[in-house]
Ligand binder design. Structure first.
Ligand SMILES: Nc1c(NC[C@H](O)[C@H](O)[C@H](O)CO)[nH]c(=O)[nH]c1=O
Ligand SMILES: CC(=O)[C@@H](O)COP(=O)(O)O
Length: 163
């Protein structure tokens, strides 16, 4: 369903598991920082809303979205966490670089989900314009950071169920 048809911050509160006692890692790209900062705020506020303690949220920054995979791998290996969210914003420029960055993060996050036994959530905006990114980071389409936090809580609960 296209984001035009489904607000990123719309969810059934009753279907969201508690995050109490869970340790969550968040890796944030510094590229397009005004956008990724809004995504991070939505993620953190949603995690707190559902019971995650602020002291159990580990945030690390990386230069760009291409580095998100490595940052997530280090948190998984060293930070004793129950799940990871990667946050970035990749905006199409004049060259094919956009495609390479987006594909790299997609493949990297997929591989982390396969290689390690904790969920890694894809909180990446991949837009044609800055306006589209603003609309999805606290604008008219909601905040993808909210969506990432909800997704993480659901996947952590699923992982616990099948430990
Ligand atoms: N153009 C964007 C980038 N580019 C930088 C890469 O992510 C990477 O840091 C660089 O190629 C060095 O390895 N990153 C974004 O997150 N968003 C962009 O729009
Ligand atoms: C996603 C990118 O790396 C891109 O924004 C860089 O812009 P350009 O393709 O014009 O170099």
């Amino acid at each position: 369903m296209a984001t035009e048809l489904h607000n990123l911050s719309s969810y059934d509160h009753g279907s969201v598991p508690s995050g109490e006692g869970k340790r969550i890692g968040i890796v944030v790209s510094e590229w397009n920082r005004p956008v990724t900062g809004n995504l991070l705020e939505g993620t953190v506020q949603t995690l707190l809303k559902f019971g995650v303690n602020e002291k159990d949220i580990v945030v690390e920054y990386v230069p760009g979205s291409f580095e998100l995979t490595f940052g997530a791998k280090k948190l998984i290996e060293k930070a004793d966490i129950d799940g990871v969210i990667v946050i970035g914003c990749v905006i199409q420029g004049e060259t094919p670089h956009f495609t390479f960055v987006c594909d790299s993060v997609t493949q990297g996050v997929t591989e982390l989900n396969i290689r390690y036994n904790i969920p890694v959530i894809f909180g990446l905006l991949t837009t044609n314009t800055l306006e589209q990114a603003k609309a999805r980071s606290g604008g008219r389409h909601g905040n993808k950071g909210d969506e990432a936090a909800i997704t993480l809580l659901k996947m952590v609960a699923l992982n616990e169920k099948y430990k």
